[in-house]
Ligand binder design. Structure first.
Ligand SMILES: NC(=O)c1ccc[n+]([C@@H]2O[C@H](COP(=O)([O-])OP(=O)(O)OC[C@H]3O[C@@H](n4cnc5c(N)ncnc54)[C@H](O)[C@@H]3O)[C@@H](O)[C@H]2O)c1
Length: 257
């Protein structure tokens, strides 16, 4: 068990990558709080993990709201008797360019996808410092490493996540706090399915996205959970400030030919 005795708080964990990460953490011995805006979904996923023999509790939380994040942090700390690993995973997709993205949509994606990580990290920071350390893991995206046409707000937010992670790592090191992020390529989740549904030809869009990954397909949530598991574990004790790209080769460079 790679996370035996660890306690983890995972946001956006009722669905997709967060759900798979919470499930994998629990399977590796961690006690997990599953926080999500979708409280019913969080409870349901926690119950499913418990049914598999894991330790998990669902919690309703809005990472876009200071008071909700403060309450989430306190509840998780009380419920688990402390937190060793915070996974800032909740986010929303947003399509739009500087031409088409309304100012309030821009503000919303920056708030939910980037400021939420500042918010949750700030809430847990004094507790980690007092405890002598902790691990902050953030879900960034390949969109934070290469530009995504048509996704100006989302890409800018995710690039911010990469850099915020590095800064947290630098200042956290003296306190035993490690910070890393994962940059997934396209992963088959409800979020990405919504993206395809919004395209003129969803089937063609899906095929093009699969083909854009040199390994020939999108990723699965458990393939991202495996990266989070490594970064959360003691095997990654000398890893901080990194942006681990898990993308089937999407950002490796130009294909042959
Ligand atoms: N799926 C992909 O292709 C992909 C690729 C790169 C990065 N990501 C990132 O992975 C993370 C998870 O995405 P996913 O694909 O699993 O999406 P998803 O839609 O399956 O899950 C996102 C979860 O976040 C929750 N959520 C949304 N807003 C919230 C809020 N304000 N407070 C709390 N919870 C909230 C949703 O209820 C949902 O359960 C996101 O950060 C996303 O940007 C996804």
């Amino acid at each position: 068990m790679r996370l035996a005795g660890k306690r983890a708080l995972v946001t956006g964990a009722a669905s997709g990558i967060g759900a798979a990460t919470a499930e994998r953490f629990a399977a590796e011995g961690a006690a997990v709080v599953i926080a999500d805006l979708n409280g019913a979904g969080a409870d349901e996923h926690a119950a499913a993990i418990r049914a598999q023999g894991g330790t998990a509790v669902g919690l309703t939380a809005d990472v876009g709201d200071d008071a909700s994040v403060a309450a989430m942090t306190e509840r998780a700390w009380e419920t688990l008797g402390g937190v060793d690993i915070l996974v800032n995973n909740a986010a929303i997709p947003t399509i739009g360019t500087v031409e088409t993205l309304a100012a309030d949509e821009w503000d919303r994606v920056i708030d939910l996808d980037l400021s939420s990580i500042y918010r949750a990290s700030r809430a847990i920071w004094p507790r980690f410092v007092e405890a002598g350390g902790g691990t902050i893991l953030n879900t960034a995206s390949v969109a934070g490493v290469i530009g995504m046409a048509g996704q100006h707000g989302y890409s800018a937010a995710k690039a911010g996540v990469v850099m915020l992670t590095k800064c947290i790592a630098l200042d956290g090191a003296a306190h035993g706090i490690r910070a890393n992020c994962v940059c997934p390529g396209f992963v088959e989740t409800p979020m990405v399915n919504e993206y395809f549904d919004a395209q003129d030809d969803p089937a063609a869009s899906r095929a093009a996205v699969n083909a854009a990954h040199p390994l020939g397909r999108m990723g699965q949530p458990d393939e991202i959970a495996a990266a989070f598991l490594y970064l959360a574990s003691d095997e990654a004790r000398w890893v901080t400030g990194t942006a681990l790209v898990i993308d089937g080769g999407l950002t490796a460079g130009l294909p042959p030919g």
